[in-house]
Design a protein around this ligand. Sequence first.
Ligand code: AHR
Length: 629
Amino acid sequence: ITVEADKPGAAIRPTMWGIFFEDINMAADGGLYAELVKNRSFEFNNPLMGWTEHSSVPGNGNILVLNRGAENPDNPRFIRVTHYTDGEYGLSNEGFRGMGIKQGETYHFSIWDRPAAPVALRLELQNPNGQPIGSARLLLNPSTDWKRDTISFTATVTEAKARLYIGFEGQGVVDLDMISLFPQHTWKQRPGGLRADLVQLLADMHPGFIRFPGGCIVEGRDLTNRYQWKKTVGRVEDRKLIMNRWNVEFAHRSTPDYFQSFGLGFFEYFQLAEDIGAEPLPILNCGMACQFNTAEVVPIPDIDPYIQDALDLIEFANGDTSTKWGGLRAAMGHPAPFHLKMMGVGNEQWGPQYVERYKVFTRAIKARYPDIRLVNSTGPDPNGEKFDFLNDTLRKLHADILDEHYYRNPGWFLQNATRYDHYDRNGPKIFAGEYAAQSDKVVSVNNRSNWQCALAEAAFMTGLERNADIVQMASYAPLFAHVDGWQWTPDLIWFDNLRSYGTADYYVQKLFANNKGTAVLPLTRQGSPLTGQDGLYGSACIDSAAREIVIKLVNTTAQPQSLNIRLDGVRKVSSPARAFLLSAARLDAVNTLDNPTAISPVGTSIPSQGKKLASTLAPYTFSVIRIKI
Ligand code: AHR
């Protein structure tokens, strides 16, 4: 293999390898958003979903669900609890498939209340047997207006499936809303913040961008349930909850309970992007609902509010604090701009309706913000008619960036390592916006994030890197899945209520992102790029800041393969080179919650002689070699 260090090709953008976030598989509520109470404001379709009433004596209390829709349309429901003295009366919340509680951790409880007379609440974290593992007593003083009360307490035991019990002492009547419980240790210790272990896994990838909020939830099953960013900012109690587009995939369960509280909203997404050093890439609804569902569209004469949402989002992210939306950003605690540079319009939309909407959105956004780069959908199928139509049409219209998605078997990824070698160099740039190799088939419960899939993705990604002049961004999808609440596999990161782990695919993504380099270098074997000859795939780049050549090699075969690597165009090479090896004993090997790093990079070194290195690639391995020059 020859790497020509003196012939740098395309620059590799800092945004090259990023992440795709969508609230699927309980990625937001019950996942990244650290709120432990499910249905905290009683706005689920079934207002008491997640809540259970407990009364030691029949009729010792009751709950009335009240709706003040006219007065508070964004948070219409609350409950009125009447309780008597004859025995114990209380409510418990089951959390999101239980609550993950840690021994020694402090929990912050808060509640909106309006008691007619003083009421004492007995708060208890309980294990599944009902035994207390942390408790507090909170006195609510009478008030004719709504007020927020808080108390913190410490858990005594670690428990993955705890629940929160609220007992009412004595006799009284009290109105309650926004009942909430957060751990103290969120990401950056932010009150009402994000789960720290999950954000850490993202931060460790050093992603170049984060795309949010999806995915199909951008589109919504119908337009009423589309994602509207303006309803996800400001005070959490004013963020209007909707049913998650993925709720229907939970319909086979006894409790289709997948809603979006938007506690993780657009401000938090921008903040997360900033925290982990990623460029924000929001995707907005283009006036079309999910075409796999209702396929509802807004007529073009009525589309202005949708376009206005896009324009206002740019003001929210970048605008001066004297502007309406820039002012809201400042009021939420971030006067400095978020430096939004790109935005997606539509997700997996297709057909002439999309082209029509593409035109009006592009015209309006470019007129006002010519520097914002727009990402446009090419539909869901990388080989089908829908794709060809949009690809041709959007190219003719000089779209900035085309968003291609591919969920395919590992063989497809190997074959497509050359996909971009012959793409038009003068057309739009490419965003490989969603991809994952499927061990079984697309949308199957049998899919596993196994080593064979991850290896195929690594081979494919060498092709993305080699074509970094046109492929400017790539992200695996979906990102997160809760082990007790998923509907789509495979996924990059799995978690339960206490633990989390990255899959083999995660470590492939991380190795690429942490070794992205600054410019592509030619890597050839017998004069040709390494694109599957003898089952080998490879790419190379230079990291000019580190003064290192970075070589990525994938051996997809069952045989070890000896390679001599020659570095041309360098004066000297430091020995040894550093190497990171990702491998597994079996193609069906996986990481698990109990064995989270079974497949994870192992550091090693390779001695060089002069400007040469000799390396034997073990069967089924992905290697990253860094050579100091
Ligand atoms: O990643 C899961 C789904 O796959 C996304 O929501 C959608 O864009 C694609 O079809």
